[in-house]
Design a protein around this ligand. Structure first.
Ligand SMILES: Cc1cc2nc3c(=O)[nH]c(=O)nc-3n(C[C@H](O)[C@H](O)[C@H](O)COP(=O)(O)OP(=O)(O)OC[C@H]3O[C@@H](n4cnc5c(N)ncnc54)[C@H](O)[C@@H]3O)c2cc1C
Length: 406
């Protein structure tokens, strides 16, 4: 069977990896940075609740923010898959620091998708270098999942818009230089009355009212924004008036996989740590990894991570292949749903494998478990992801049936 031998040896020499050699080289650089420079800071960031400006500086120096942007804007132009892989690599060691990348992507997607050339020229190169950090402000105290129920308004006055209202739970509050903010320009028009605006941090009438203490991702700021007659130039309207809600959803379709990547990184980091621990911790005369109940946990954890990775990388490959928006919604929601559920399950099992040591702060798995929880909540809860997936399934079926009868 010479043919079989040839293909088997080819498979052995080229293990499955969807990254090109250039992308794999960049992935390895990020992995090394994460292990050598980010990992030693993770416990400290968690304990101090301080925003990691030193790691922002590291990412600026090393051009890591550039992985999220096209060459035209000063980025690497290396695509979505590699950007997701970079977030995953950083999240393996520190979820807060991985949010520097996922948050920057969320904050800049509005510009990438709907910005004018002038708006892009003004902000994207500064986002790509990391000089400017961004934020995405959709949620309000009374409207999270039901974002169209927002109360914030924007009215046109001559060459300006005047924004009034508040936003809640905004990542990068107080550290961002530019906020993408959604407000109602026509409060009676439902979804069609919402518009998006670029608000610079020093805009008159804008303030960060407070930062929230949290269960996890402790070094990331989450804050309340106040807009009290906040004035922005009319040219800071992002997209057309009334297009804001659709833009907010298009942004989330593309940003949610960043959270999936964060979740997968946390899950894989916890699995790797638990595996090492299980090799060395002995009970009843042998390493706990050789007790079948622990071995089964490890096997399930690794398998779930790999399955989650399949959904996540598929999304990256779809975007890089130019898949249209309508094909991304379901793939994005599935990646976010599955990766974050896996993160919660796997980190809980990692704590269990470490026994009492898993519960104390000297070991990283309790931090990973706390960090994992938010991935099931932000950028759309997992209940909402399930609704989105089911809606898309029904839409696909209707489209199929319509095509069959016409
Ligand atoms: C740390 C952190 C960072 C965040 N960062 C940002 C940010 O940068 N920008 C931003 O805009 N927002 C941000 N958020 C807000 C986040 O996206 C919302 O909290 C989230 O979407 C849920 O909204 P909510 O809190 O109002 O919950 P609710 O919408 O009140 O939901 C409460 C519960 O009901 C469920 N539920 C709601 N509606 C339905 C339904 N139709 N069917 C079934 N179940 C339903 C939800 O799944 C949830 O379990 C952040 C939140 C946190 C905690």
């Amino acid at each position: 069977m010479p043919g079989r031998c040839r293909s088997a040896s080819r498979l052995r020499r080229v293990p499955w990896d969807p990254l090109t050699p250039e992308q794999a080289e960049l992935r390895d650089l990020v992995r090394t940075l994460a292990r050598e420079r980010v990992a030693p800071r993770a416990a400290e960031i968690d304990a101090s609740h301080e925003f990691p400006w030193d790691l922002v500086e590291l990412f600026r120096e090393q051009g890591v923010f550039g992985l999220l942007f096209d060459e035209e804007w000063g980025g690497t132009g290396t695509g979505t898959l590699l950007a997701l892989v970079a977030i995953e690599e950083v999240a393996k060691v520190c979820a807060t620091t991985s949010l520097l990348l996922a948050g920057q992507e969320l904050a800049s997607l509005g510009l990438k998708l709907a910005g004018t050339q002038e708006q892009k020229r003004r902000y994207l190169p500064r986002f790509a270098s990391g000089e400017l950090l961004g934020a995405y402000a959709l949620t309000e105290a009374g409207s999270g999942s039901d974002s169209a129920a927002m109360r914030m308004t924007a009215r046109r006055e001559g060459g300006e818009y005047v924004l009034d209202g508040g936003k809640r739970f905004i990542t990068n509050a107080g550290v961002a230089g530019l906020y993408t903010v959604f407000a109602k320009t026509d409060p009676d028009a439902g979804h069609d009355g919402i518009s998006a605006f670029l608000v610079e941090a020093d805009a008159p009438g804008f303030a960060v009212a407070r930062l929230e203490p949290k269960m996890g991702i402790a070094g990331s700021t989450t804050g309340e924004l106040v807009f009290d007659g906040c004035r922005v130039p009319a040219e800071n309207l992002l997209g057309a008036e009334g297009e804001g809600f659709r833009l907010a959803m298009r942004i989330l379709d593309r940003s949610r996989p960043g959270i999936a990547a964060q979740a997968l990184g946390i899950a894989q980091g916890a699995t790797d740590y638990a595996l090492e621990y299980a090799k060395h911790r002995e009970t009843m005369g042998k390493p706990i990894g050789q007790h079948q109940l622990i071995a089964a946990k490890l096997a399930d954890m690794e398998t779930k991570c790999e399955a989650a990775r399949g959904l996540l990388y598929r999304f990256g490959l779809m975007v890089d292949a130019g898949a249209p928006d309508e094909e991304l919604t379901k793939a994005s929601a599935m990646a976010k749903l599955y990766c974050s559920d896996v993160a919660m399950e796997v980190t809980t099992e990692a704590v269990q494998i470490l026994g009492g040591y898993g519960y104390i702060k000297e070991y990283p798995v309790e931090r990973m478990m706390r960090d994992a929880k938010i991935t099931q909540i932000y950028e759309g809860t997992n209940e909402i992801q399930r609704l989105v997936i089911a809606r898309e399934m029904l839409r696909e079926q209707r489209a199929f049936l319509l095509a069959a009868v016409t």
